[in-house]
Ligand binder design. Structure first.
Ligand code: ZN
Length: 193
């Protein structure tokens, strides 16, 4: 497995619409393994293929709360439906077929490092997706997993969380990045996706 380079805003590839996967082969499996490795290495909870420059509808997620060693999990902190979904989760050609309620979360993104803003999302979602073998299935989820899936699916449409905040805040962040780049990496690990 290898750790891939994560593209950051304003890289134009992050603005493209990704293409559906048609062939479920070893190459696809390898991509998802590398993406999971890359997500863990960056202390992220989700990663979409366009973030590593691959314009395909592939997403990996792991929202389980991690301890200091990054490997043990305390599922008690998770939402009811979220707990039931095995993770790390690999989604191929995912679609949100239903969304109810609303919730907010201070979102960050590995492609917009060190910026955090409150974003409104659906609270409970139903997802239709394919697994690595090309089998279609669907599930319902909530909690951080539901928020993260909505964030990652935006990446497949070329959309970033900084497009979902107020026009003025968005303009300010984009201007700051284009003028000064990104601030130095912070020591404290925070939730990023
Ligand atoms: Zn992101």
């Amino acid at each position: 497995m290898s750790v891939l380079e994560i593209l950051t805003y304003p890289n134009p590839r992050l603005r493209e619409v990704s293409a559906p996967i048609e062939i479920f082969d070893e190459k696809l499996k390898k991509l998802t393994e590398d993406m999971i490795e890359t997500m863990y290495a960056a202390h992220g909870i989700g990663l979409a293929a366009p973030q590593v420059g691959v314009l395909q509808r592939v997403v990996v997620i792991d929202t389980r709360p991690k301890n200091e060693d990054g490997r043990r999990y305390d599922n008690d902190e998770m939402a009811e439906l979220e707990k039931a979904i095995p993770q790390p989760l690999v989604l191929i050609n995912p679609k949100i077929v239903k969304g109810v309620g609303s919730t907010t979360f201070d979102e960050g993104c590995l492609s917009v490092p060190s910026f955090y803003e409150t974003v409104e999302r659906k609270e409970v979602i139903e997802v239709e997706t394919y697994d690595l073998k090309g089998n279609k299935y669907s599930f319902k989820t909530d909690g951080l997993l539901a928020i993260c899936i909505q964030h990652e699916l935006d990446h497949l449409e070329g959309k970033l969380f900084i497009d979902r905040i107020s026009f003025l805040k968005s303009k300010k962040i984009k201007g700051q990045i284009q003028k000064h780049g990104y601030p130095e990496k912070k020591e404290k690990s925070e939730v990023k996706k």
